[in-house]
Design a protein around this ligand. Structure first.
Ligand SMILES: C[S@@+](CC[C@H](N)C(=O)[O-])C[C@H]1O[C@@H](n2cnc3c(N)ncnc32)[C@H](O)[C@@H]1O
Length: 394
């Protein structure tokens, strides 16, 4: 395991930045990113990335949270980045004044410096702009043949190591599900022609899946659709609301409705009266990484039974297309909890024939585990995710 050391001991000294090559400085900026703007665990699908590997990534450092919240190290990183940016500006100015006899190599070096400048400025904004240490804002880019989808997402620190506030951070399952949704919407029944859909997310956390759905449905012209992102933890809900607002600002008109609401899986099924927006069924339900206690699968099944649209021939959204898409990581530490999905939801062929929720398909995706900073399962090289498509058996 590579232990990340403090920026003040690892980075080239501020006074000697000008003596380092652009390549070394780029490496130093990447190092700072590992601390202040890391990737989310397990989001690079192995079959897509095997040809892109450039050597090994550092393994997770258990002291990373402490390092990130160290005010001295953060202010050192800010000073270092400021000095670096000033130096890169000086170099770029020299390049411009020598423009007439600029060779191909010089042009290449200029673009390398511009990339370095851009990366260092972004990181400086992240380090300097976060009100509380540990807050991370990332930009996610997802692509399909239509519009690219860009999402700004903020993770906030876990509350005093409160285990129940895990949704304050973005997990690999949400990244993978959002990527799959945007890359292949047909798999999730989001093809053409556009229909007006009611979509629900359970345990939405920072909201990546719901926000990706909102942007996808808007781009695909499902104009009267609604996305309801739910969670139960107060600080997670506050961050979810703020992430939705950041991605759907009031200033730009949004064709679909997207909102956040409290929904506790343990309590919801017993409610006598279901308040709006839960008083009508949903065409699609999504859940990413929401099975990690033994009761979760049972609670979630009860919620889905109450909330997933039932077979209804009068609906344009025929019952065979109403689905609950669940994606979970197979954590070696949580094999019992993960196995409860298949105990609680039978496979379609094994079902009793009564109208009930069954697993219609099960697909496994393997992702690289690099970039993890808060694994509960150790430093495995790869993470397996299972995608269950669940629907009504008839
Ligand atoms: C591991 S996080 C996953 C968050 C998000 N889906 C993602 O993948 O980034 C689990 C989520 O389930 C939520 N959760 C846990 N127990 C819950 C309950 N009883 N009712 C509603 N949400 C719950 C947590 O607050 C958290 O947001």
């Amino acid at each position: 395991m590579t232990i990340l050391s403090a920026p003040s001991t690892h980075l080239p000294p501020i006074g000697k930045i000008q003596t380092y090559s652009a390549e070394d400085l780029t490496k130093a900026v990447h190092y700072l990113r590992l601390i202040y703007n890391p990737d989310v665990r397990g989001i690079r699908r192995v079959d897509l990335v095997s040809s892109l590997k450039h050597g090994s990534h550092p393994s997770p450092d258990p002291n990373l949270d402490a390092l990130r919240s160290d005010a001295f190290e953060r202010s050192y990183a800010i000073r270092w980045l400021t000095a670096l940016i000033a130096q890169v500006y000086r170099l770029l100015e020299c390049d411009c004044s020598d423009d007439d006899d600029a060779s191909y190599d010089a042009a290449g070096e200029t673009s390398e410096l511009e990339v370095l400048l851009q990366q260092a400025s972004t990181l400086l904004a992240i380090c300097a702009g976060t009100a509380s240490a540990g807050t991370i804002t990332r930009t996610f880019h997802f692509h399909n043949s239509d519009e690219p989808i860009e999402i700004q997402l903020t993770d906030v620190p876990l509350e005093n190591q409160d285990y129940t506030s895990v949704g304050a951070q973005t997990w690999g399952s949400a990244c993978l599900l959002a990527e799959m949704l945007v890359e292949d919407p047909e798999v999730f029944g989001l093809g053409s022609p556009p229909e007006d859909l009611r979509v629900l997310e359970l345990g939405a956390g920072t909201g990546l899946v719901s926000i990706a759905l909102g942007k996808l449905l808007s781009a695909k012209g499902h104009s009267a659709s609604s996305v309801v992102a739910t969670d139960f933890h107060p600080s997670v809900l506050a961050n979810l609301k703020s992430n939705i607002a950041a991605n759907f600002p009031h200033t730009s008109p949004c064709p679909i409705s997207i909102s956040s609401h409290a929904l506790d899986w343990a309590k919801f099924p017993a409610l006598q009266e279901r308040p709006a927006p839960f008083n009508e069924p949903f065409d699609l339900i999504f859940g990413a990484d929401i099975i990690y206690e033994v009761e979760h699968a049972r609670w979630i099944k009860s919620c889905a039974e109450k909330l997933l649209r039932k077979p209804d021939v009068s609906s344009t959204w025929v019952h065979s297309r109403a689905r609950f898409h669940l994606i979970i990581p197979l954590r070696p530490t949580h094999t019992l909890e993960s196995s409860t999905v298949e105990t609680v939801f039978p496979f379609s062929a094994r079902s009793s024939g009564a109208e009930q929720l069954v697993i219609l398909s099960k697909d496994v995706t393997v992702c690289e585990a690099s970039g993890d900073v808060r694994s509960r399962s150790g430093a495995a090289a790869e993470v397996e995710y299972v995608h269950y498509a669940i629907g009504w058996d008839s």
